[in-house]
Design a protein around this ligand. Structure first.
Ligand SMILES: [Zn+2]
Length: 583
């Protein structure tokens, strides 16, 4: 089958190298993006190979291997939705890749929302709708990849709960098209994961994201649609080729007889019917379905529809393979992120006939009714669910994204040391209750000890596996600096608490008594903040100090300091410990 794949009528640039083979093995559809006006419009490769055992459907005209029951016209037609078909709600997990330091995220949460708008508009006539979640993957490695293996690895590594979610990942995938390096995207067909656990769903490059609706095309592949011109590995005039004027549309090409065959080569680059003749039948192409989302004409504003048989295929494949994706209830919250206590109103949306709603807000509380309001008292990550009692039966639904409630802290420890130490360690504690992408710390140190900031250490701390904290600003003369902590090749920091990092100060060993402040306070453009995918927030801050003293001065200093409102007890740093650090 692989060799057949390589025999296809693809442009010369495609014949070279392993890429073609791997694309044929792995991809249902792919879509390079034009980098110059001279290059034909985005083609897709389709994978005619079924991981499922292929059977032969006998047609009076031709035969073609089938991938499952949904290639059977009767099963497909039985799944064509009508006005009474319950709307299926699909949760899309969008995953944007940024560089390690968070720069150049390939699409924002707002852009994910725009993608959902495209999907909802394209699929609304056929009773399929979408809800979404979004997160950022921090990985310079996966930000710009040239290898299909890396794309596949990206999808497999970062997709979330593929049994229940359609995962769309974005990377700058550089590949070769028409002899030029360009950006491509792709999708997996439902039959390509025979274990029943899809590895991932769709990879998109950011170019198409904002304007042209390619997302509708790629998700169509993911739901089981093939290009209207048929699979890429269908050799022209082979038994699988859909022939103009032949009665074979249900069993060849895209397995839909209501999408007339279109030319594969040359590409149909205009928003117009194809010209010329079908070399297999010798007949003119005639009125092709060039506005179909699965055609290869230009995207917006040309493409605008799926056909009934395509809709039947999508519903059929989804029910056959990806049933776990389907929900008949959508939960719409009016908030999903904020400080505790957080009040959220939930709306249950369905096309079924509701008799009753039974909500579980994920924090132990429950309620009834279609639109309850709930107050999350404390910080945490909560997964709201609802059980709908409808005339059609009972249906459970989980909200597409969790509710994030924060009530978090950043605290500098009060440190008390004996005179004579040359290095003093000042820990900064953090507590986070939601996934945090990065933390900015506007640090100030001042006082009679003349502390000199020597370094920052994460050894043995919660941030030990993170990259070294980065100074966004370091103003030694004014004893202040802006420090950023973030994660690498990975996702956000897991919620939790602990020592985020240690500040290591040197001090003159001759200082016998001093009391220096170590503070977190905004200055310039440096803001104390925890940054999450859903936005930044300001934690509660408690400042600290370094007290260098001997008795009875220590007791005196403690007594003097208490009224000033210090929140934390001092920790006495033993000389041995400091020496250990010093070494
Ligand atoms: Zn495609």
């Amino acid at each position: 089958m692989r060799s057949r794949c390589l025999q296809t009528a693809v442009p010369a640039g495609w014949r070279r190298g392993v890429l073609v083979t791997t694309l044929c093995q792995l991809l249902l559809g792919w879509s390079p993006v034009m980098v110059s006006a001279q290059i034909p419009p985005p083609p897709c490769v389709t994978d005619g190979l079924g991981s499922r055992p292929a059977a032969a459907v006998k047609s009076k005209v031709r035969t073609c291997p089938v991938r499952g029951i949904c290639d059977n016209p009767a099963d497909r037609d039985a799944a064509i939705p009508d006005a009474g078909t319950p709307i299926k709600y699909i949760t899309v997990k969008f995953q944007s890749v940024s560089h390690d330091d968070g720069s150049d995220p390939l699409f924002s949460r707002a852009e994910a929302a725009a993608g959902i708008e495209w999907l909802n508009a394209c699929y609304e006539p056929w009773r399929i709708q979408f809800v979404f979640d979004h997160r950022t993957v921090y990985s310079t490695f996966f930000h710009d990849v040239e290898s299909w293996y890396a794309v596949d690895d990206l999808g497999a590594r970062f997709s979330i709960d593929t049994r229940h979610n359609l995962n769309i990942l974005t990377t700058n995938y550089w590949c070769e098209w028409m002899g030029q390096i360009t950006l491509c995207g792709g999708a997996r067909g439902p039959w390509q994961d025979p274990s029943g656990r899809p590895l991932w769903s769709v990879i998109m490059t950011p170019n198409h994201w904002r304007a042209d609706g390619l997302i509708c095309h790629e998700v169509g592949h993911n739901f089981g649609l093939i290009h209207t011109f048929g699979d890429f590995d269908v050799t022209p005039c082979s038994p699988c080729d859909e022939i103009v004027g032949a009665d074979n549309g249900d069993h060849t090409g895209d397995f839909c007889s209501d999408t007339p065959p279109t030319p594969v080569d040359p590409w149909n680059t205009r928003c117009a019917p194809a010209t010329g003749i079908d070399r297999c039948s010798g007949r003119p192409w005639g009125e092709t379905d060039y506005r179909n989302w699965m055609a290869y004409t230009p995207y917006a504003p040309c493409k605008d529809h799926f056909t009934p048989q395509q809709a039947g295929r999508m519903h059929c494949w989804m029910e056959d393979i990806n049933e776990g994706w389907i929900s008949y209830v959508k939960i719409e919250p009016d908030a999903d992120f904020g400080p505790a206590p957080l009040t959220v109103r939930f709306d249950g949306v369905t096309s079924l006939t509701p008799d009753g709603w039974d909500w579980d807000f994920g924090d132990g509380a429950s309620d009834r009714g279609a639109s309850p309001t709930h107050v999350y008292a404390g910080p945490g990550i909560y997964t709201p669910t609802v059980m709908l009692d409808a005339a059609e039966g009972e249906f459970a639904a989980t909200m597409s994204r969790d509710v994030w409630v924060h009530d978090d802290t950043a605290a500098i420890e009060n440190v008390e040391v004996s005179p004579g130490l040359s290095l003093i360690r000042v820990p900064i504690h953090t507590r986070t209750s939601v996934p945090v992408d990065s933390i900015d710390l506007p640090l100030h140190w001042s006082g009679s000890a003349d502390l000199v900031l020597e370094s920052v250490s994460t050894v043995g701390l919660v941030s030990e596996s993170f990259p070294a904290p980065q100074w966004l600003d370091l103003d030694v003369a004014n004893r202040r600096g802006c420090l950023r902590v973030w994660t690498v090749d990975s996702l956000a920091m897991e919620p939790g608490e602990g020592v985020l990092l240690d500040l290591l100060f040197s001090v003159d060993a001759g200082v016998r008594f001093a009391n220096d402040d170590i503070r977190l306070a905004d200055y310039g453009s440096c803001r104390m903040r925890f940054v999450t995918d859903r936005g930044p927030y300001v934690p509660r801050v408690s400042n600290g100090s370094v007290l260098i003293c001997e008795e009875p001065d220590c007791a005196y200093a403690d007594a003097m300091r208490r009224p000033s409102g210090r929140l934390q007890p001092h920790t006495h740093q033993a000389a041995g410990l400091a020496k250990h650090i010093d070494r």
